[in-house]
Design a protein around this ligand. Structure first.
Ligand code: IPD
Length: 263
């Protein structure tokens, strides 16, 4: 059944991605409103994309629940609910930086069982099913993802992201300043979903971000977990808003450093 949920997530994700790509005007996209701060923007296409995804999911599975970044919060009766970010990386989308994604996860009884992420600008897509691994789609093929052995900290690339609330950003930037002298480098794509997929690809060695929402990380968190990474809170316990992810052999060392830097 999780595979069926995955196929639906992928089918809807690809349609939503094509819809956004086709309708995105060239140049900058107008901001329709702001949310948690003046930096936290939303466009009409974020909203239209969430509507399209909701309609397609409910056409196939009318009794499921549905949570979306742009305000949907519908309780279902089947035990399955969908967690959707219609455009993760909205700031990139507005500016035309080609790193923004549709992210669709299916949960059963609260646990993510299937997830699909597609980079709208490039068409690259990733998927995972609980217990069945994670992959990048290449044409008709699925290229399996597997976490590489972690390097020593001095050679590690750690990805992160920044919350939209200025007070949280101030703390995050102070933590980054402390972390940087200990590692090879920091990366920040601007889409938590794409950052977790890049981790799953083995491009990064760890990922840390405080202040995420469930839709930012539900699908890509499963992609990283199924590739063999630990994705958890900073204290090693699941945490809805804080994500720390690294190879199991590196968590003690990486997590200790990140904690000591004040993330
Ligand atoms: C944001 C992106 C960003 C992360 C923020 C998220 P949005 O999602 O994933 O990389 O740093 O915490 O809120 O607003 O573009 O969907």
């Amino acid at each position: 059944m999780s595979h069926d949920l995955y196929e639906l997530a992928r089918q809807v994700g690809l349609e939503a991605s094509a819809f956004v790509r086709t309708n995105r005007p060239s140049g900058r996209v107008d901001v329709a409103a702001t949310k948690s701060s003046a930096t936290d923007v939303v466009t009409e296409l974020d909203r239209a994309c969430e509507r399209l995804i909701r309609e397609r999911i409910f056409a196939a599975r009318p009794d499921d629940g549905f949570i979306g970044e742009e305000g949907d919060d519908i309780v279902g009766t089947t035990g399955v609910d969908w967690v959707v970010d219609p455009i993760d990386g909205t700031v990139n989308f507005v500016h035309g930086i080609p790193s923004y994604a549709v992210s669709i996860a299916a949960r059963r009884d609260g646990a993510v069982v299937a997830g699909h992420v597609v980079n709208i600008a490039t068409g690259l897509e990733w998927g995972a099913v609980l217990g069945a691994g994670s992959w990048r789609h290449e044409g008709d093929q699925k290229v399996r993802l597997a976490a590489p052995q972690p390097p020593p900290l001095a050679q590690a690339i750690i990805a992160t992201g920044f919350n939209y609330v200025p007070e949280i950003r101030a703390r995050q930037s102070a933590a980054v300043a402390k972390l940087l002298p200990h590692i090879a480098d920091i990366r920040r794509i601007g889409s938590a979903a794409l950052e977790l997929c890049a981790l799953a690809e083995g491009q990064y060695d760890a990922y840390v971000e405080q202040g995420l929402h469930v839709w930012d990380r539900a699908a890509a968190g499963l992609v990283a977990t199924e590739a063999g990474f630990i994705v958890t809170g900073l204290d090693g316990e699941p945490d809805e808003r804080m994500v720390m992810a690294a190879h199991p052999d590196a968590t003690a060392e990486y997590f200790d450093l990140v904690r000591a830097c004040g993330f």
